[in-house]
Design a binder for this molecule. Sequence first.
Ligand code: GCO
Ligand code: MG
Length: 434
Amino acid sequence: MATNDSIPLQAVPPAWEPSGGLPPVRITNVKVICTAPDNIRLVIVKVETSEPGLYGLGCATFTQRPLAVVTAIEQYMKPFVLGRDVDDIEDIWQAAFVSSYWRSGPVLNNAMSGIDQALWDIKGKRANMPLYQLFGGRSRRSADVYVHATGTDFDELEDRVRFYREQGHRHIRCQVAVPGYSTYGTGASSSTTGQPAQSYRLATAHSAWEPRPYCHRVLDMFERVRGTFGREIELLHDVHERIPPIMAIQLAKDLERYGLFFLEDVFAPEDQGYFAMLRAQTATPIAMGELYVNQHEYVPVIRDRLIDFIRCHISDIGGLTPAKKLAAFSEFFGVRTAWHGPGDTSPVGHAANLHLDLHTPNFGIQEATLFGERTKEVFPGCPEIHDGAMWSNDKPGLGIDVDEALAAKYPFPEHPINGAWPEIRRADGTVIKP
Ligand code: GCO
Ligand code: MG
């Protein structure tokens, strides 16, 4: 009689023979690199291999909880992947995804992304091809980007728009401060990059925020900007999910006359049941997704054609392996990609965005971060931005490196709550969504 004793133990990692009979290249080490060259907490994974000098890099940046991601990588992902064959990207992703049993979420997804992107980088290096070639070749020469123009008032905002226009940018996101209130995306601009310094968000005390004055201000802002610049530029705006759903619907309707390229995050992910109502009332193009972390969030809005641009944060959904599938799924529904690309995506993550942008037929736009000088030094091979687009350096893999000694010179800055998102409250004290 057969007993359980006669069932052989499952071999892990998988026991199949590598194709071609060549000895496999194995994962020999996983390093986590934490650095903040321009004061934004970045987490990078370096996967080392049994082939001397061959390694890959991946972005695992979840800037509000970076130390939780570091623990997930060092304590769980590293022992899980050591010794595995670097070729088995899909199998490693699938196995790692269920190895926590309870899966998904930004901490675990970022930990997986660090490994996943690094394995894609390694595959590209082994094939001696930039990643967009491995994905099936390019669909375009470069990836159009949008940049962030901000201002404490309309004049300042228009100066910034003019500055970007002179640099050749054609897609510009506009955000303006609401006098007397604390508003998303309008901190003082950095003199080198023109981007609002991220540190403004980390201040632990903020003035109150109210939805009604914000909505009026946004309409006035686009009236001004369209009046000054006419129809010659593409305009974007990020609501950042702060307003009640019915006010968001009204805002999207009122903005229709300004012909935006897209309006972003009109609802919090928790309120996405409102998209069908929004859709029935306005043709303002809708971008959504930076806060999504799993397929139960992004599949329905694409399948039901409720959004126009899917803009997930690639490391927050688990890396390039799921992002490639999401891009292909979106193609079948006429939804274009606009991967999240803020300052808290590391340059390694921006390179990953770029390779997918260059390949994806249904690419829409790429959010750009204009890297500071220190960041560029720490990450040789940062994607170049000029003429309103991001360009690949055509090197194998992701085409980017990290100077570990220099990275170590920029530890995470001191902060009372370790870089967590500070609360924003209404005038009566109620906490609001970001
Ligand atoms: C964007 C975003 C970011 C986020 C940030 C959170 O559209 O670029 O909304 O600015 O707020 O990535 O850490
Ligand atoms: Mg956003």
